[in-house]
Design a protein around this ligand. Structure first.
Ligand SMILES: Nc1ncnc2c1ncn2[C@@H]1O[C@H](COP(=O)(O)OP(=O)(O)OP(=O)(O)O)[C@@H](O)[C@H]1O
Length: 203
């Protein structure tokens, strides 16, 4: 999988330039960390790469296509929208996944030791995060974008989430994650550093 950003620029209103002419390209399988201070544009970059927002200028290409047309693209958002009252497995294997997705999610969670028959609200924070990631992995993404996947977790839980994400690279995935966590960034093959919306180190 080939991911390319060409002079990506995103403005919000007239005053905020969240991203300023960011260009890079990367081919997978590989792992890439996007780092930088708070407000430097990491989440904005991931949303643009995923096609969840349109750039003000510039473009994203995933295997030569716009991200919305690329297929096999998974996105782990900074905050999950799991229904706290739902049973864990139903919350992770979201529609329109169907039975196949449900089975794959269940197998993955069993391997990770995450209980699937309790309400989401009863899960520990780390298990809840694994649940979110497993639901996305079950869809078989070849490009996986994760925004602060280990934020607000203790070190042991953060390691389990990182192991799960980084493990996908071995099976052919291009993983791009935004993180504040130096230890997690150090485990990635490449690090892109943003400062005030500009790519100051392309890795
Ligand atoms: N929807 C929006 N409307 C207006 N401004 C926004 C919006 N989203 C982001 N911004 C602004 O764009 C800039 C970059 O934000 P972004 O969330 O991408 O940074 P970040 O590096 O992910 O920050 P953090 O590490 O705190 O999550 C910030 O100044 C932010 O306030």
């Amino acid at each position: 999988m080939d991911l390319r950003a060409d002079r990506l620029t995103k403005r919000y209103g007239r005053t905020v330039t969240a991203l300023d002419a960011v260009s890079f390209s990367v081919s997978g399988p590989a792992s890439v960390a996007v780092t930088g201070p708070s407000g430097s544009g990491k989440s904005t970059l991931l949303r643009l790469l995923a096609g969840r927002e349109r750039p003000t200028r510039g473009r994203v290409r995933v295997d030569g296509r716009s991200p919305r047309r690329a297929g096999a693209l998974g996105f782990v958002a900074q905050r999950d929208d799991l229904d706290p009252g739902a049973l864990a497995l139903s919350a992770a294997a979201v529609d329109p996944g169907g039975p196949h997705l449900r089975e794959r999610t269940e197998a993955l969670l069993a391997r990770l030791g995450v209980p699937t028959d309790v309400a989401v609200r009863e899960l520990a924070a780390g298990d809840r995060r694994l649940l979110t990631v497993a639901g996305v992995l079950a869809t078989g993404p070849r490009l996986l974008l994760a925004d602060e996947p280990a934020a607000e977790l203790d070190a042991a839980a953060a390691d389990r989430v990182a192991d799960l994400l980084l493990g996908t690279v071995g099976s052919g995935t291009l993983l791009v994650l935004a993180t504040h966590d130096d230890a997690l960034a150090a485990r990635c093959g490449r690090r892109l550093v943003l400062e005030r919306g500009r790519l100051v180190d392309p890795g």
